[in-house]
Design a binder for this molecule. Structure first.
Ligand code: ADP
Ligand code: MG
Length: 242
């Protein structure tokens, strides 16, 4: 290995390492100066790092499927317009701490939009976690039984964006309201870190879903402080596709 190749390896510049010979030929052919040659290599390294980070963050988020906002068909889902999602698709989602509740019947794109918003956040340099209400409530309840809640809680507190999918699809045990409140309150206190909920139940029904009117009011109060309910309606996209 040449001194250069070794040095690039030590500096963790795999893209420069992979391209520098090829780019040397291009530089000769196209008349790039020294600075332009260096600049092109550095930009490739930066671009590659960003891609790697995005892929890693996407995998870590645990999405059930990948959907981008560009792939979302607003002509099919007419109860929402893309401009209504503006505040959720830019860095202000995190910097200003927006929350959202996507509410509507099955197949109307609630999960897809929560994934698409998280994907944008990842592209904007943040990280995200996708979970379902059932998954989170079950995991936290189990952890509490073992006296390990404080070990698991950071999983739901640390991501910049948290998706809690399918709130209210199943009936939850008596601890559910507590778990959801803890996560919502702690994220709220940590500077209003965004949470995206999806649900088939109107927020007014959350008290019966969670079997606790006071806690569900406290939960909604925090979410809706800088958040909103976005109601989706219409036919199921799943059935349309047959
Ligand atoms: P919900 O969570 O409301 O039940 P999903 O978001 O899971 O529905 O949508 C079901 C499937 O249809 C997913 O694969 C999703 O990506 C796709 N889908 C739903 N609505 C749209 C849409 N308007 N444009 C493109 N794909 C959609
Ligand atoms: Mg869904």
């Amino acid at each position: 290995m040449s001194e250069l190749a070794l040095g690039l390896k030590r500096l963790h510049l795999p893209t420069v390492s992979r391209l520098y010979v090829e780019y040397e030929e291009k530089a000769t052919k196209e008349g790039w100066g020294y600075v332009e040659y260096l600049e092109r290599l550095v930009l490739e390294e930066v671009a590659h790092r960003i891609q790697t980070r995005i892929h890693r963050a996407q995998r870590a988020a645990g999405f059930p499927f990948i959907k981008t906002i560009e792939e979302f068909d607003f002509a099919f889902q007419r109860s929402i317009e893309r401009r209504m999602l503006g505040a959720y698709l830019g860095p202000e989602l995190v910097s200003e701490g927006r929350c959202a509740i996507f509410c509507g019947p099955p197949g109307t794109g609630k999960t897809a939009l929560s994934v698409a918003i998280s994907m944008k956040a990842i592209q904007n340099g943040y990280d995200a976690l996708f979970t379902t209400a059932t998954e989170m409530i079950t995991a936290m309840t189990e952890a509490e039984k073992k006296g390990r809640a404080s070990e698991l809680l950071p999983k739901y507190l640390s991501p910049d964006v948290l998706v809690i999918d399918e709130m209210g699809y199943l009936s939850y045990g008596p601890n559910a309201a507590n778990v959801v409140f803890q996560v919502v309150d702690r994220r709220y206190l940590a500077g209003n870190k965004p949470i995206i909920f999806t649900t088939n139940k109107e927020p007014s029904e959350w008290s019966s879903v969670l079997h606790d009117a006071d806690l569900s009011e406290a939960i909604l109060d925090r979410i809706l402080h800088k958040g909103e309910v976005l109601t989706l309606s219409g036919e199921s996209y799943r059935r349309r596709r047959g």
